[in-house]
Design a protein around this ligand. Structure first.
Ligand SMILES: Nc1nc2c(ncn2[C@@H]2O[C@H](COP(=O)(O)OP(=O)(O)O)[C@@H](O)[C@H]2O)c(=O)[nH]1
Ligand SMILES: [Mg+2]
Ligand SMILES: [Zn+2]
Length: 312
């Protein structure tokens, strides 16, 4: 029937459940009796082949794996191998992320420059493209919205402003996500990440923090990351709330994690090759930029504490 000859295929791990891996594969189907074949995505419950455990290979959500012994009827298979990763986001642990969408709410909770920057720096550290999603824009005026957009622009980032209350920006967001293979939503708790997923993918219905607020802290146990299909073969993941991501970095590399400083360092050179961009003469970094004091404060801590420095 629909059996692949070798019964061996590549797929992506979309969730981890107890000792099982849920792997999504392209399934070749045949439309009724016509010869038109088409692909659909199916999800298989998989165990891992013993060999993988001996090799001590970790498999996380987002990993590309090779599955074999596929049982289409019961939707089960065995993971036999895992491909090298293109990128790895540590918290939450997701492999092959191509875009980190950092959700920042325009209000409730209040905007926090340091916290926002920590999320951005985490993505920059992992060498994954960040995008800012400004949520809850129904709570602010148009003038304030422009101030936000300009602020992020001055930091070197684009932002997509959205509201699930009036659906503003939702179409551009979907379009952006469908152009991206694997997007992870990050950002502080309460900014509306889970609400956004529920709004974008009506078939999933994840608990939002209104519920967890009632039950108090720590109950919002979105501990497991799951990848949801958002169309066009693209996947999207929510992340559990954590508010202070850590940044592990060498002092000499730190400035490169800020796009506004990076541009200056690429366009011209500081007088001293080992310039740390503090008070050295001939330094090209503009100390009047908004995030310089934040950069400086963290840099000093890095220099004064043993490596590896962990901001936050
Ligand atoms: N006004 C407004 N509230 C929102 C919007 N999106 C989410 N919220 C509310 O923000 C709260 C936190 O949302 P939740 O999705 O749990 O945030 P998460 O912790 O980032 O996943 C909930 O009470 C939502 O109803 C929005 O676009 N506008
Ligand atoms: Mg949430
Ligand atoms: Zn310098």
């Amino acid at each position: 029937m629909n059996k692949n000859k070798s019964n061996k295929l590549k797929g992506i791990v979309v969730a981890l459940k107890a000792n099982f891996l849920i792997v999504e594969i392209d399934y070749k189907n045949f439309k009724d009796h016509s010869f038109d074949e088409f692909y659909e995505k199916i999800r298989l419950l998989c165990i891992r082949k013993g060999k993988l455990n001996y090799q001590g290979l970790f498999i996380d959500v987002g990993d590309i794996v090779c599955v074999e012994s596929i049982d289409y009827k019961n939707k089960r298979a065995v993971v036999a191998d895992v491909e090298p990763r293109q990128s790895f986001l540590k918290r939450p642990a997701v492999a092959n992320v191509t875009l980190v969408s950092i959700c920042i709410s325009a209000d409730e909770p209040l905007f926090d420059m340091e916290q926002t920057s920590r999320f951005l720096l985490t993505a920059e550290c992992a060498n994954i493209e960040p995008l800012i999603i400004l949520t809850k824009i129904d709570l602010i005026t148009n003038n304030d919205l422009i101030l936000y957009i300009n602020k992020f622009k001055s930091w070197g980032y684009d932002c997509i402003p959205v509201s699930i209350h009036n659906s503003q920006g939702i179409d551009s967001l979907i379009e952006r996500f469908r152009k991206t293979k694997l997007t992870v939503l990050a950002g502080p708790s309460g900014v509306g990440k889970t609400s956004l997923i529920n709004h974008l993918i009506p078939t999933v219905s994840l608990p939002t923090s209104v519920v967890s607020k009632k039950l108090k802290r720590g109950t919002h146990t979105t501990r497991h990351v799951e990848l949801f299909a958002i169309g066009n073969g693209s996947l999207l993941a929510d992340t559990p709330g954590f508010n202070r991501p850590e940044i592990v970095c060498e002092p000499s590399d730190f400035a490169f994690l800020f796009p506004e400083f990076r541009t200056q360092l690429i366009n011209s050179q500081c007088k001293f090759r080992n310039c740390l961009h503090r008070d050295e003469p001939g330094c090209v970094i503009d100390k009047d930029l908004e995030r310089y004091p934040f950069f400086r404060e963290n840099l000093e801590e890095m220099i004064n504490s043993p490596l590896p420095y962990q901001a936050g």
